[in-house]
Ligand binder design. Structure first.
Ligand SMILES: [Zn+2]
Length: 134
C-alpha cells in the first residue's frame, strides 16, 4: 500500500476513519474503539498505553483555546474572572470529552505520517473478482 499525503491522512483522522486506508470507522460509539480497521486490519492500539500520547493533543488544544479565550474575554471585554473560571471549567470537561475521539485519531494519524513501516506490510487492495463464464 502506498502512503497517501499527510493532509489525506489527517483528513481521514478528522473524519474518524482509519488514517491508513480511510476505509472504515475507528469508533463504534462515543468512547468505544474498534480493535482493528475492518478494511486494512491496522491494529489501532499498537501497544499497551499507545493512546496516552493523544492526551497531549487533547490537553494542548484545550489549553490553547482557554488561553486565547481568557486573554480575549478578560482583557478585551473586561469579563469578571469569577464568571470566567467556572465557565472554563465546564468548557474543559465538555470539550475534552467530546474531543477524545479526535485526539486519538489524530495521534494515530501522526504515527501514520511519521512511521513508514505502517504501510510496508499491507498488500495492495485487490479488485473484486469478476465472474468468469465457464
Ligand atoms: Zn484501515
Amino acid at each position: 500500500m502506498q502512503r497517501p499525503s499527510g493532509s489525506t491522512i489527517t483528513l481521514r483522522a478528522l473524519r474518524l476513519q482509519c488514517p491508513r486506508c480511510g476505509g472504515a470507522p475507528m469508533f463504534r460509539g462515543l468512547f468505544q474503539m474498534h480493535e482493528r480497521c475492518a478494511h486494512c486490519q491496522l491494529k489501532f492500539e499498537r501497544e499497551p498505553g499507545y493512546f496516552l500520547g493523544s492526551i497531549y493533543i487533547n490537553y494542548g488544544l484545550a489549553a490553547l483555546i482557554i488561553t486565547v479565550a481568557w486573554i480575549t474575554l478578560r482583557f478585551g471585554y473586561k469579563v469578571d474572572a469569577k464568571l470566567l473560571l467556572p465557565a472554563f471549567m465546564v468548557f474543559l470537561v465538555v470539550f475534552q470529552t467530546l474531543f477524545f475521539r479526535y485526539a486519538r485519531a489524530l495521534w494515530l494519524a501522526m504515527d501514520c505520517r511519521i512511521d513508514p513501516s505502517l504501510y510496508a506490510d499491507v498488500p495492495e487492495p485487490q479488485a473484486e473478482p469478476t465472474d468468469v463464464a465457464p
